[in-house]
Design a protein around this ligand. Structure first.
Ligand SMILES: C[S@@+](CC[C@H](N)C(=O)[O-])C[C@H]1O[C@@H](n2cnc3c(N)ncnc32)[C@H](O)[C@@H]1O
Length: 422
């Protein structure tokens, strides 16, 4: 049971809580990238992919905590986690929560690795982090008719966490459509100011219900219906989260449009134009006739045994994906004063669309696209940190007796002494 007693007693049984975290399914480390600015320190990262590890370590120079290994090898994992992290994040594989994995959900071999993560939490015992965050595609809300989401929430509640969930779309932060579900588990007693907990069986209108109902910018009605259906050993908590910001940039602002880019020849451009539906061709024709400059994105998709080029000119790129087989790679389409230009989106543009513009781009392009396509969007993580994760850490700090919390947000390691969190 994860517990954090809100009161501080004068006891010798004090533990030090640091602003540290473990990043499970770390990939190229974009969760870490999002958390660094507010002073979180990564003490352990785990992933099974050596190629992702190479990308991670090329960015976080001197990182020695990356454990290349299977999360199911629980003893190996637990042995490498030194001390007690405050937060554990898990962007577990999404493939079985999507069409690509036939919506097998937790019945599939990839997404079920969530339970490898759960085994680690269990095995950590009194070193279990008081805060956990899962991240996945919105298929997590629908796979097995919501059963996977319910199972994940119940499993974490069984370990003592109060649970909240949010749906955030990267399009509020960068010009990329990328909705994602975040499930957050908080130890008892660590709910930050403004959070409301469910009160099961209460006869007066439940405050939790009204709080989630009023938060439709981050909790869709589908998500709320699902939460209301699932009974947890602890309960649901509604964290106090504002509406996400309104995006001020467009795909055109971060696409490279100069002649140095690898623009396709006329034949290739025409081949992709021919792959468009009549409606999309007309849209392109209208923009060509208009004569201005317009930047859009194309995805190639198989439709009725035919390759289709689907075009969007709404200022956003489609959701970046892992380019398995090449068809999931995204294409830049540029209507340049009556001239039609196209090319593959570059790794630099992928990095920008994930809010990771400073990431080094050495190595194989496909690998880079693969790493970024699978990753989290950095400003989304930064926002969740500011609204949820750091306030929860600060709550722990507020129950500190004689704490030594640094006021410098830049400091890598913040320390707070709390009485028996755990
Ligand atoms: C959705 S990606 C996470 C991406 C990451 N958040 C980032 O920002 O790059 C899921 C990751 O889980 C890893 N993975 C899959 N099965 C695993 C396992 N059994 N043990 C450890 N990692 C695994 C994959 O290699 C992949 O990098």
């Amino acid at each position: 049971m994860v517990q954090a007693k809100p009161t501080v007693r004068n006891t010798k049984k004090r533990i030090v809580v640091e602003k540290t975290f473990c990043e499970f399914f770390a990939g190229i480390g974009l969760v870490r990238e999002g958390l660094l600015a507010s002073g979180w320190s990564c003490i352990y990262a785990n992933d099974i992919s050596a190629k992702k590890q190479a990308m991670y370590e090329s960015h976080f120079e001197g990182a020695t905590h990356f454990h290349l290994g299977d999360v199911w090898k629980m003893e190996e994992v637990v042995e490498r986690i030194i001390g007690r992290p405050f937060l554990a994040t898990a962007s577990f594989p999404c493939i079985d929560l999507s069409l690509a994995g036939h919506y097998r959900g937790f019945g599939g071999e990839h997404s079920s690795s969530f339970f490898g993560f759960v085994n680690v939490l269990q095995a950590l015992g009194d070193r279990r982090p008081p805060l956990v965050m899962l991240e996945n595609v919105t298929g997590f809300l629908t796979s097995r008719d919501g059963g996977d989401f319910a199972q994940a929430a119940k499993t974490l509640a069984g370990l003592g966490y109060w649970i909240d969930a949010l749906v955030l779309d990267a399009k509020n932060f960068v010009p990329q459509s990328r909705p994602r579900v975040f499930l957050i588990g908080v130890a008892d007693g660590l709910h930050p100011p403004g959070a409301v907990r469910q009160t099961p069986g209460q006869w007066i209108p439940d405050l939790w219900k009204s709080k989630v109902a009023a938060s439709n910018s981050v909790r869709s009605s589908k998500l709320i219906r699902l939460m209301e259906k699932v009974e947890l050993a602890t309960g649901w908590i509604a964290l106090d989260v504002p509406s996400p910001p309104v995006l001020k940039t467009q795909l055109a602002d971060l696409a490279d449009l100069d002649d140095q880019q690898e623009w396709w020849n006329t034949e290739e451009v025409q081949r992709h134009y021919a792959m468009m539906s009549e409606r999309h061709k007309k849209h392109v024709d209208d923009l060509l006739a208009e004569g201005g400059r317009h930047v859009g994105a194309i995805f190639r998709r198989g439709r009725n045994h035919q390759q289709r080029a689907e075009v969007r000119f709404d200022g956003l790129a489609g959701c970046l994906r892992t380019p398995r087989g090449g068809s999931a790679k995204q294409i830049i389409i540029f209507v340049d004063k009556g001239r039609l230009r196209m090319r593959w989106m570059s790794a630099r543009e992928y990095a920008r669309l994930q809010g990771a513009e400073n990431f080094p781009l050495d190595g194989d392009k496909m690998q880079l696209l693969f790493g970024f396509g699978d990753a989290v969007c950095v400003p989304v993580i930064r926002w969740i940190d500011a609204q949820v994760l750091t306030p929860i850490f600060n709550k722990a700090a507020a129950i500190v007796q004689g704490g030594s919390l640094s006021s410098s947000p830049r400091k890598e390691r913040r320390k707070a002494r709390v009485d028996e969190v755990g």
